[in-house]
Design a protein around this ligand. Structure first.
Ligand SMILES: *Cc1c(COP(=O)(O)O)cnc(C)c1O
Length: 490
């Protein structure tokens, strides 16, 4: 059953607020707001009772699916469980009730938390300095590329305006480069799914500003030639940028800074267990080697070692400026800080080990039934394609994904990375038990059988959701995002 809109509930005159009569003189609205700005008719707000409202939104919330509801193997997105202790810490009144305009001496705890988080992230990634300002992974990429551009310009190399990305890269990489006014050059991956060193060497030139790489890449494979790649990039005078959104496989084991990367962004809302999805606040901190540090956004959060106090450093003449109001999404940083402190260095390493073991275990259960285009030991995720015979029977990855919903799972990432046709990209994360992985693999194998015996069952899936297959093309081309009262236009 679908839930009606709040506008379709209630009745005229029904209300949820009970305010006493006003006991001071009322001023006319026209005295406060110029008449030409006042609306002619009152807005058509829904009128509903409190209980109706509470039930409506509670029902809506139960239609949602999240990591607190079930397994969510969305490759590249790292939908790991978000420990509740993170929420507890972020909601401590001393953090939650701060105002960004408070004086530095009143917010020493918060500044210290930010400073220490920067240091932890620097240690984890092998970088020298960090900014916590960017609000998402893509925003971090934007910040990183702006710094790289500023660096080249500062050295008088204003012709470096090209960014090289592999064809397996996350869509945000070329999009970010274009947004920074760069030209994008895509290079084809080698037959094993990793960067083709010769193709990269051929693409590098005096106009190259940066190469953006993900390691492990979006196929879940580690770039084994990373040192040679870094050498080639640097010899060409370009910089190597790490899309570190997916650090889950290498946390505590290897460090992008040691591999030769010059800058990196992290997704706290992936690797560091802060919530994401639904467009909620995230954080994409950016780390750089010291030669790029002068270009970091201001203010920098610094520690004065003599007094032991933290301060905001605005004196950064080469800075690219601010990339976000105030200091970033502080509440998200507080959650990530809690996660890092709760696990410690050993624990973070175990995160990576278990993420890789879980992915390889799941892979071992479905291999043979599902085809694995780049079948070597994977890192935190793997890419599969539908079982043999599916395509001939008119079945696609989307049908498998939709059918998985009937089994109570969030589908994996589908049709990404683009270099694998019909891709299913599965990332179980370290937070799932063996029982969950066994059950999920069981569902995938069962769906493979269903597809052979009764393909229509998959084509009509999902069968148990309030709505099933929607007209996605019309939804994208002619989105109807607003309720209109009958008889009223725009
Ligand atoms: C998630 C992701 C991004 C983008 O992060 P957002 O926070 O969604 O902007 C970039 N690159 C990779 C590899 C990712 O997985």
């Amino acid at each position: 059953m679908t839930e009606p809109l709040i506008f379709e509930l209630g009745a005229p005159g029904r209300t949820s607020s009970f305010m006493p009569e006003c006991d001071v003189p009322v001023r006319e609205t026209e005295e406060l707001i110029p008449g030409n700005l006042l609306r002619k008719k009152p807005p058509r707000l829904p009128e509903a009772g409190e209980q109706e409202v509470a039930r409506h939104f509670t029902r809506l919330s139960s239609l949602n699916y999240g990591v607190d509801t079930g397994f969510y193997p969305l490759g590249s997105c790292t939908m790991k469980y978000n420990p509740k202790v993170n929420e507890y810490a972020a909601r401590l009144p001393g953090f939650a009730r701060l105002h960004p305009y408070q004086a530095e001496d009143q917010v020493q705890g918060a500044l210290r938390l930010m400073y220490e988080t920067q240091r932890y992230l620097a240690e984890i990634t092998g970088m020298d300095e960090f900014t916590l300002q960017p609000a998402a992974g893509a925003h971090g990429e934007f910040t990183g590329l702006l710094m790289i551009k500023a660096y080249h310009d500062h050295r008088g190399e204003t012709g470096r305006r090209r960014v090289i990305v592999p064809d397996s890269s996350h869509g945000t990489n070329p999009a970010t480069a274009a947004l920074c006014g760069m030209e994008v050059r895509q290079i084809e991956s080698g037959p094993d799914g990793t960067v083709d060193l010769d193709a990269l060497r051929a693409a590098l030139g005096p106009d190259t500003a940066a190469v953006m790489l993900t390691n492990p890449n979006t196929l879940g494979l580690f770039e084994r030639d990373i040192l040679a790649i870094a050498g080639a990039v640097h010899r060409a005078g370009a910089l190597l940028y790490c899309d570190g959104a997916n650090m889950n496989a290498v946390l505590g084991i290897s460090r992008p800074g040691d591999m030769g990367f010059d800058a990196i962004h992290l997704n706290l809302h992936k690797t560091f267990s802060t919530p994401h999805g639904g467009g909620g606040p995230g954080a994409g901190p950016v780390g750089v080697k010291s030669f790029l540090a002068p270009f970091l956004p201001f203010p920098a959060v610094r520690l004065d070692p003599d007094s032991g106090t933290c301060f905001l450093d605005y004196n950064r003449p080469l800075s690219i400026g601010k990339v976000r109001s105030f200091y970033g999404n502080f509440g998200v940083v507080a959650r990530a800080y809690t996660y890092i402190r709760a696990l410690g260095g050993e624990g973070l390493r175990e995160v990576a080990e278990n993420a890789v073991i879980n992915a390889n275990y799941l892979l071992s259960l479905v291999r043979g039934t599902y085809r694995i285009p780049f079948d070597r030991r994977c890192m935190h995720e793997f890419v599969a394609v539908p079982p043999a015979g599916f395509r001939e029977g008119g079945l696609h990855t989307a049908d498998i994904a939709k059918r998985l919903m009937d089994y109570g799972y969030h589908p994996p990432t589908v049709y990404f990375p683009l270099i694998v046709e019909e891709a299913l990209m599965v990332e179980p994360t370290e937070t799932e038990s063996r029982a969950t992985l066994d059950a999920f693999a069981g569902a995938l194998l069962e769906i493979a059988r269903e597809g052979r015996e009764n393909p229509q069952l998959l084509k009509d899936a999902p069968h148990g959701t309030p709505v099933a297959r929607l007209d996605e093309v019309t939804a994208a081309r002619r989105p109807v995002l607003r309720w209109q009262p009958e008889g009223e236009e725009g």
